[in-house]
Design a protein around this ligand. Structure first.
Ligand SMILES: *[C@@H]1O[C@H](CO)[C@@H](O)[C@H](O)[C@H]1NC(C)=O
Ligand SMILES: *[C@@H]1O[C@H](CO)[C@@H](O)[C@H](O)[C@H]1NC(C)=O
Ligand SMILES: *[C@@H]1O[C@H](CO)[C@@H](O)[C@H](O)[C@H]1NC(C)=O
Ligand SMILES: *[C@@H]1O[C@H](CO)[C@@H](O)[C@H](O)[C@H]1NC(C)=O
Ligand SMILES: *[C@@H]1O[C@H](CO)[C@@H](O)[C@H](O)[C@H]1NC(C)=O
Ligand SMILES: CC(=O)N[C@H]1CO[C@H](CO)[C@@H](O)[C@@H]1O
Length: 534
């Protein structure tokens, strides 16, 4: 009797597991991952020709996509002139059933048109993505990574350090495959074992849209993997979606491995081989030798450690891991680790410093919120930016972002001194610039003559240095995306300092890089246009 019961319950459990396995795969096709719907873009209204063109475009895309039988990707456009709409649709590379692809595209297009009235928008589903814009964007690679909500999943892996190594190896291998192996056609998957004991594997998937070049694809994937590492390398799954590429990993087989010929990767350090008796002897002798050397070494180390302070350099990643623990750390302006209280200030301090955000202390109103002047108890003057827009990130990501931005230090960047994260309040605290911003010079007929050629030249040089640092020299590689005279602050010596950098990382709306072809110019010097956003 007992035996029978056991067998039947085992069978039921197996059945459930089997069902779950197939559900994983099938239900996945229905999942909305994220949308991109910028609110600072022109909106279209219903029953205009733009809307008609858009509707037609969506229908064309889903029928085009099944016509192209090699890979489910298509770009097309409808309409003419100002009402022309460009569109692009892609099904995930492991999808081989055209009905599944078509249905996903149809559903995603409908969903996108219901959710968004912007003239430039995008939607990501589990197995397909659809994008449209009033601008021609084909072959134009931009990186606009987003952490979708799914990443809030708080399951942590038990051994983050080795997990991250294996994950990075996996993701780099598939990225190279996707970008540089023509047979893969911009899509690759693989899996790799990360724990022999638990027989656990990581499944990775990367994909680029098929209109961009190999190198653009690889660099898009690199950026996405960097963000994936930052957000999710210690979690049991993660996904980053961008306009031209997506990356994802999970601990279950979320893609159809049989259609994408996923190779079984082996992490180089965990080499397996046949064991021979002499190997045992050698290993044991070797181990004993190594262990005794280690013990001696450790004793010496411990003695030394007591004498000096640990000043080992910490990488960004270990920093992020520490952040994840309750005991937060942060960085001073000198780059030292300190307790978080120094970077994360209290709302009460800032209220006191700004006279409860009084109007008399108001310095201006920017794209992200209102700026107030304040004086800290120690007499230091600060500029307080009270963010009004909702951040697209979770609190933890936002915190990480603030700390990373605070690490960026350059003579031509405004220093981020701290921040407040309390309830709904998100406040950034910067050093105060006595000469306010460049627009106050340009657009003021009395102050404008102060900008003689020499000063102007200095400002241009400073701006260039600041930008170069953001683009090339800093570890984060930030594209400002909103450089304009009121984001160029001037200190008491009229040295230019860029502000609001890093906002693009904190707020997805500002990452509308479809605008990359638009040139924004403002005349700031008597006789020359110098500020351009490309
Ligand atoms: C597309 O499908 C047709 C018919 O099934 C086939 O003849 C053709 O070779 C396919 N094209 C490509 C590029 O595979
Ligand atoms: C999109 O589909 C149309 C119609 O099938 C085809 O002519 C066009 O070449 C396709 N474009 C791409 C980029 O596959
Ligand atoms: C494709 O998927 C549809 C619906 O999911 C299914 O009805 C159809 O049989 C599938 N076709 C093939 C060839 O597998
Ligand atoms: C990825 O790993 C596989 C299996 O080890 C190997 O054959 C392939 O060359 C690797 N690809 C790249 C681009 O490193
Ligand atoms: C996975 O891909 C294979 C090969 O293309 C295909 O035969 C199979 O139906 C796919 N499975 C699912 C669940 O789509
Ligand atoms: C219909 C259409 O506009 N197709 C374009 C798709 O993108 C490629 C470049 O990747 C263009 O060459 C096609 O003209």
């Amino acid at each position: 009797m007992m035996e029978k019961d056991r067998i039947s319950s085992a069978m039921i459990i197996m059945l459930i597991i089997l069902m779950l396995k197939s559900v994983n795969f099938v239900s996945g096709t229905e999942n909305l991952i994220d949308t991109y719907c910028p609110d600072n873009f022109p909106l279209y209204t219903s029953s205009t020709s733009f809307q008609k063109n858009l509707k037609l475009l969506m229908e064309t895309l889903s029928s085009n996509i099944v016509a192209s039988n090699t890979s489910f990707f298509n770009n097309t456009s409808t309409g003419e002139g100002l009402d022309k709409v460009y569109g692009q649709a892609l099904c995930r590379g492991d999808i081989t059933n055209s009905t599944v692809c078509k249905e996903c595209i149809e559903k995603a297009s409908k969903d996108l048109m219901n959710r968004c009235k912007s003239e430039d928008a995008m939607i990501w589903y589990d197995v397909c993505q659809v994008r449209y814009s009033f601008q021609m964007f084909f072959s134009n690679a931009v990186y606009t990574g987003k952490y979708p909500k799914q990443n809030d999943l708080e399951k942590r892996v038990s051994d983050p350090t080795s997990f991250q190594q294996v994950l990075t190896y996996l993701m780099n291998n598939v990225s190279n495959e996707a970008a540089f192996n023509p047979a893969k056609n911009m899509f690759a998957t693989a899996d790799i074992e990360f724990s022999k004991k638990k027989k656990a594997r990581i499944y990775g998937l990367v994909e680029c849209t098929k209109d961009i070049s190999e190198t653009d694809c690889r660099s898009c994937l690199s950026s996405a993997i960097t963000e994936l590492n930052a957000c999710c390398s210690y979690r049991e799954g993660g996904i980053i979606v961008s306009r031209n590429c997506n990356v994802r990993f999970d601990l279950f087989e979320f893609f159809n491995a049989s259609s994408s010929v996923a190779p079984l990767l082996i992490f180089p350090t965990s080499k397996g081989g046949k064991w021979k008796p002499w190997m045992f002897v050698l290993t044991i002798c070797g181990s004993i030798l190594i262990i005794s050397v280690l013990i001696v070494f450790c004793i010496a180390c411990l003695r030394q450690k007591k004498a000096r302070e640990g000043d080992e350099e910490r990488t960004e990643r270990t920093l992020l891991q520490e952040l994840a623990s309750p005991k937060n750390v942060a960085i001073t302006q000198e780059g030292e680790l300190i307790s978080s209280d120094q970077l994360f200030m209290t709302l009460a301090t800032i209220k006191a410093a700004t006279g409860n955000f009084s109007d008399t202390n108001k310095l201006g109103h920017g794209g992200f919120g209102t700026v107030y002047k304040g004086v800290l108890p120690d007499g230091n003057e600060i500029a307080v930016k009270r963010l009004s827009r909702k951040s697209w990130q979770g609190l933890e990501e936002f915190k990480n972002e603030v700390i990373l931005i605070a690490k960026l230090q350059h003579k031509n960047l405004v220093k981020l001194l701290g921040c407040v994260l309390e309830g709904e309040e998100k406040i950034l605290i910067y050093e105060l610039m006595s000469n306010r911003s460049l627009d106050q010079f340009i657009f003021d007929p009395f102050r404008r003559p102060k900008l003689d050629w020499k000063t102007c030249y200095g400002i241009i040089g400073g701006l260039a240095k600041g930008l170069l640092y953001l683009h090339e020299e800093s570890r984060l590689k930030i594209i400002h995306r909103d450089l304009k005279p009121n984001n160029v602050l001037l200190d008491h010596e009229l040295v230019a300092k860029i502000s609001d950098f890093g906002m693009a990382r904190m707020f997805s709306e500002n990452q509308n890089t479809a605008n990359t072809k638009r040139i924004v110019g403002t005349q700031i010097c008597n006789g020359g246009t110098i500020l351009r956003e490309i």
